[in-house]
Design a protein around this ligand. Structure first.
Ligand SMILES: [Zn+2]
Length: 413
């Protein structure tokens, strides 16, 4: 059995180490403090008996659990990330443990009146009777993704201590800078040498994901002309007013706050402007590749039509692809999802298979040649003060990792 107390202690040890990443630093890793946890994990992996423990110069930590079979099975991998989101502070995390949760409000911070309530987060109610780990209301928790790290380390330790459980070669990797979109960038897929892998980076118990958005960014630059307002008639071009027309020319209902499931969107997330020049920053998202391409085309078309109508080249649109839907890479090897689903069912967990409205490291890894669906790590309300994780979900995720290792050994026997 996976020990609940042991998991709790390990998780708390990891979240006490601040590993916030920095979107504005191009260095690798983006913050020096990510090394603190990486080095601790390097020691710990060696101590539990993992082989080929290697922390490289970019802060990627890989290790191997050798096969204990006398026949060949595919090498599989498990991946999670060391860093926490720069959206909210991860310094001085003071985890609080709520035992035998009863579905009530949890006062995170008496002084600041910060309350974690099922009125706001009804997911809490599915964890009655369980042990929750919360914040003290002043930081994020870091269950994203230290729950994933806890589960992978604990599963490896469990397999090492229970050699009667048969498994093939298993590779694990902890990456830096996932939260700033770079977790997969310097991931050496050849060195990792797994046929496929799973990121342990999902949210609630049962989540199993292999579809994510296709993603692009768009920078729309509108050039105006400044003239003294008193003498501007027929001369001034106010770029901000053209920008406002441009914004309204895009589909008004295809925005994040009005879409869900498989519906894509245009999301305007930044405007900077004066009369002379306005710059709009968008992200474009769609699960369907054709619709994704159509969205990019539409934006160019709107700009083109404006320029035609105004008789001047005023609007310039620069679109950059960011990542793609991993579905295309996973569907040909869908058995890797089936294995995870079967294991969840064996463990009495209801699989929740749904499209991610975002991306994961796994999508980039899938396109680098390592098919990589995403499995729940157990936490909720990521990137903020209301983040929490039920210990029982971490135990279940650990069991799922062990179960996948076993299942692969059985399937290829
Ligand atoms: Zn994450």
């Amino acid at each position: 059995m996976i020990n609940k107390q042991h998991i709790t202690e390990r998780f708390i040890k990891y979240v006490m180490i601040d590993t916030e990443s920095d979107p504005n630093n191009p260095a690798f890793p983006s913050t020096e403090k990510q090394w603190d946890l990486a080095r601790l994990l390097e020691k710990e992996l060696k101590a539990i008996g993992m082989q080929e423990v290697d922390l490289d110069e970019n802060c990627y930590l890989m290790a191997t659990l050798p096969s204990n079979l006398d026949y060949e099975v595919p090498t599989i991998g498990f991946v999670s990330h060391i860093d926490t989101s720069p959206d909210f502070t991860g310094a001085n995390v003071k985890p609080r443990i709520v035992e035998d949760y009863q579905g009530n409000d949890i006062i995170l911070n008496e002084e600041k009146r910060i309350i974690l309530s099922p009125d706001d987060f009804d997911d809490l109610l599915q964890y009655k009777g369980q042990t929750l780990i919360t914040t003290d209301g002043t930081t994020l928790l870091g269950a994203d993704d230290k729950a994933g790290i806890t589960e992978i380390v604990s599963a490896m330790e469990f397999l090492i201590n229970n050699p009667s459980i048969k498994h093939g070669r298993i590779r694990i990797c902890f990456t830096p800078d996932e939260e700033v979109g770079k977790g997969a960038h310097l991931f050496d897929v050849d060195k990792f040498g797994a046929e496929w892998a799973y990121t342990m980076d999902g949210s609630q118990i049962g989540e199993l994901e292999y579809e994510n958005f296709n993603a692009a960014s768009a920078k729309v630059t509108i050039n105006g002309k400044i003239v003294h307002p008193g003498y501007a008639k027929g001369k001034m071009i106010n770029s901000m007013l053209i920008a406002s027309e441009f914004i309204n020319a895009l589909p008004q209902d295809e925005v994040p706050e009005k879409t869900s499931d498989y519906e894509g969107f245009f999301h305007l997330h930044d405007i900077k402007g004066d009369v002379e020049q306005t710059v709009l920053e968008y992200i474009i998202r769609d699960h369907n590749f054709d619709l994704f391409e159509k969205r990019k085309y539409l934006m160019q078309k709107v700009a083109f039509d404006f320029n035609e109508r105004l008789g001047k080249d005023l609007i310039h649109v620069e679109i950059k692809n960011q990542y793609f839907n991993m579905k295309e890479k996973i569907e040909p090897v869908l058995h890797i999802v089936d294995i995870a689903e079967e294991v969840m069912k064996d463990k009495g967990i209801k699989p929740l298979i749904k499209p991610i409205r975002g991306g994961t490291d796994g999508s980039q890894l899938s396109f680098k040649g390592l098919p990589c669906p995403n499995i729940f790590a157990g936490g909720h309300n990521f990137h903020g003060r209301f983040e929490y994780v039920p210990v029982e979900s971490m135990v279940k995720a650990t069991e799922v990792i062990v179960g996948i290792a076993q299942k692969v050994a059985e399937k290829y026997a």
